[in-house]
Design a protein around this ligand. Structure first.
Ligand code: SF4
Length: 308
């Protein structure tokens, strides 16, 4: 892990205040969009927009979400939205923020992993350096979903994609560590399978001035080769196996989220996360063991820095 930090802050009861009863009943992502059945990326965006509310301007980078929105003049977005090219989502969010300065409007940039960890990272890096005031959300389905499921820098080791037919040889890029090294005022990781945790983090992010970043793991049924009714469960297995950690970072302090605190104390074997996904079916026992060792090292790291 590449974060430099760290001091520990335990999960507080305050953070659990967002209960199911407090979820905004209004919908800003409308029914009838063209996402695949079981798409958790769109589910995550639905919850992000609920947490942000109506006074929000969204920028959506080239990614599955931009396709799912619909073709002009049709859209499933019930808030003002600007679609952007892969490389410039963060740069355009900076421009929109400058245009609506001091008007009490949330500016939220949304992009997939390809448009963030690979193609868009330079614009995002520049925005964080300037501390431009917007929230950037990367929903991570771990491949280029809308162009045919090619591998991205965020695809994990061993996963089969259309450009890694025998399984990817390289590790997943740690975008949270890369963004964390910029020391933004707020950064968090989340998963579509934990919507209340996700909404709470969006609320927290929007309450802070400057560039905020949330990395959301979003299981993708066709890309991960899982049935549509298993997407939520698979996201939970990612967290329970510590393949993905849920945490927040403010002022270089890491605060581990409750599902990951539980997982770090008693992780399930990564094999249980892999065996329900067709994309890992080609992994050998040796490769699974290599992955387990890397996860164990990450668990040891977070145990130490978070005193768990
Ligand atoms: S390919 Fe995956 S991320 Fe893209 S719309 Fe379909 S389910 Fe969602």
């Amino acid at each position: 892990m590449g974060l430099v930090i760290i001091v520990v802050v335990a999960e507080t009861k305050k953070q659990d205040r967002l209960s199911k009863n407090r979820i905004n009943k209004a919908e800003y992502l409308l029914k009838g969009n063209s996402s695949c059945p079981g798409c958790t990326a769109m589910l995550a965006i639905r919850h992000i927009l609920k947490a942000a509310g109506p006074d929000t301007f969204a920028l959506v980078g080239a990614c599955c979400a931009v396709v799912c929105e619909g073709v002009y003049p049709n859209t499933c977005m019930a808030i003002p939205t600007l679609d952007t090219a892969f490389a410039c989502t963060a740069a355009m969010a900076s421009g929109v923020r400058a245009a609506v300065r001091d008007r009490g409007i949330n500016v939220i940039a949304i992009a997939g992993d390809g448009g963030t960890v690979d193609i868009g990272v330079q614009a995002l890096s520049g925005a964080i350096e300037r501390n431009d005031d917007f929230l950037y959300v990367c929903y991570d389905n771990e491949a280029y979903g809308n162009t045919g499921m090619q591998r991205s820098g965020s695809t994990p080791f061993g996963a089969v994609t259309t450009t890694t037919p025998f399984g990817k040889r390289e590790d997943k890029k740690d975008i949270a560590a890369i963004i964390g090294a910029h020391n933004p005022p707020y950064m968090a990781t989340a998963c579509a399978s934990y919507p209340i945790d996700l909404q709470r983090k969006v609320e927290r992010a929007l309450s802070i001035e400057g560039t905020k970043f949330i990395h959301v793991l979003a299981p993708c049924p066709p890309g991960w080769r899982i049935s549509t009714d298993k997407a939520i469960e698979v996201g939970k297995l990612a967290v329970k196996s510590c393949s993905f950690f849920l945490y927040e970072m403010e002022e270089r302090k890491i605060r581990m989220s409750k599902p990951s605190i539980n997982a770090i104390k008693k992780p399930i074997p990564v094999r249980e996360y892999y065996r329900v996904q067709g994309r890992f079916a080609r992994m050998s026992d040796e490769e699974i063991e290599i992955s387990q060792q890397k996860i164990d090292a990450n668990i040891a790291y977070f145990r130490e820095v978070c005193d768990l």
